[in-house]
Design a protein around this ligand. Sequence first.
Ligand code: XIL
Length: 335
Amino acid sequence: ILAQVSAKKGQTFHFGSTYDTYDADQSWFTSIFTTFYRHVVSENGCKWDATEPTQGASDLTECLATHTFATSNGNTFRGHNTFWHSQTPSWLPGSFSASEVTGTIIPQHVQQEIEGMGPSVTSWDVVNEVVGDGVSSGMTALQCVQNKGDWPTVTADGSGKPLVTDLSFIYAAFNTAYTYAGNTTRLAVNEYNTGGQDAKTACILSLIQNIQQNTNIPYNRLAVGFQSHLTASTGGFYTKQALATTFSTLAALGVNSMITEMDIAVNADNTANLRYQAAIWGDYLDACLYASNCNEFINWDPRDDLSWRGTSAAATLFDSSGNPKPAAYEVAARL
Ligand code: XIL
C-alpha cells in the first residue's frame, strides 16, 4: 500500500520507526518491520558517543547493524545524527577551541560517519536541536542558534562560555555531509517544538535558507525534520493546516519536510485519550501525505514499553504487548 501512496506522491514515501540491536523482543521487531513499518532509524546507535568513542576512531558497529536490519527486512534507512549537543563522546566537551571544533572535529566526524555508512541513506540529520527555546520572532539564524542554552557542552573551550560567534560550525557540518553523502540523500536540520507559525519554526526556516546561501547546497538536497514529540494533555501540537502551511513554505523553496520523531504522551487509562491520540497522529500523517515535499514519517519508538517517554506515557502506536492501539489503526487507514 505504501507503493500506492508513493505512486500518488510521485516519490517514495518512507514510513518507519526506531530500532537498535539491543532492543528487547527482536522477533516482534522483525515482524513489525516487515508488515507495518518499512523504514528504520537507529534510536541511539548512530549518535556521536556511539560512533566516535575515541577521537578520530570511527566505530559504526551499531549504526551499520541497524542499517543491515533495515535492508535485510526490505526497509529503507535514515541517519540520525551527526551533530547534537547531547550524547556526545566523553572526550569532546569543553576541551577544544571553536576553530578546532569547526575546522577539524566536526568535519572529521561527519565525514567518517556519512562516508562510512554509504550512499543508501534517505536522509541525514546533519545537525540536531541547534535552535533555542527562548527565541522570539525576527531573530536572525545566528541569534536563534545563540539562544540554545545547551550549546556550551560541545563548543566551549573550557572557559564554560559559548563560542557560537558565527554559524561556521553548521556550514562545516553541511559542507562535509554534502561532499560524502549519496547524491540523493537529503541533508537535514532536525528540531523539536516546530511545525506551525511560531518563532521557533521561523528560526528553522531562516536557518535552512542561511545554510543554503552559505554552502550552495541545492535546496532540493536540504530538509527540515520536525521531531514532533507531543503531549496530548498540554497541547503544543499543530493542526494539519498549520503544518501544511509550513510544509508548503518549504516546498516553495524546494526544501524537503519530514516528520522525524513522532510520539504523543497520553493518559492511557482513558479510552477517549487514546482516540484523541489517534486523531492527532492522523492529522500529522495527513499533513505529510498531502504535502508535495514530505516523504519521510518516523514514529519514535515502535511500542509503549520501549518508549523514551516512559511506558506509562503510552506515547507510541503499539501497546506494551505489541498490539495495535487506536492510533495504529488510524495510521494504517491512511497507508
Ligand atoms: C532519545 C532516545 O530515544 C533515548 O533512548 C536516549 O536515552 C535519549 O535520546 N530528540 C532526539 C532523539 O533527537 O535522539 C532523542 O532520543 C529524543 C529527543
